[in-house]
Design a protein around this ligand. Sequence first.
Ligand SMILES: [Zn+2]
Length: 148
Amino acid sequence: MLYMSDKEQPKQNQEDYELLLAEAYKKIKPVESKIDRFETPKVEGHLEGTKTIITNFKQICSYIRRDQDHVLKYLLKELATPGVMKGDRLVLTRTISSKLINEKIALYVQDYVICKECKKPDTEITRDDRLTFLHCLACGAKKPITKI
Ligand SMILES: [Zn+2]
């Protein structure tokens, strides 16, 4: 019996080690894949006559942590379409495919959210007298961005 137990001991340690390793990976993984997982939510909505209604515009802005007015200004300019917020809904005054709106929001994220240096989304927009910057909270990079 004693012999058996001695022989089992290293195996037990090996298992513990692998368990610990698995636990460690579990803890590391979310951080590693954070960039890949930053996927802007797709717009949801429908058409009402000649208008396009987007129902999750607020959620998208809060997910990408940008001021709703800033995103809206960009989007309306890019789409060359007037639009207004009515409560939680964004109303665009012509019919626009969700594909095109998603593309424009993706461009916004690329230019006004993702850090050009480290590609992380942990950024904020700061302003001085003349310029607007994208300031990265992850790597500290500060890049001028185009005023919308
Ligand atoms: Zn950065």
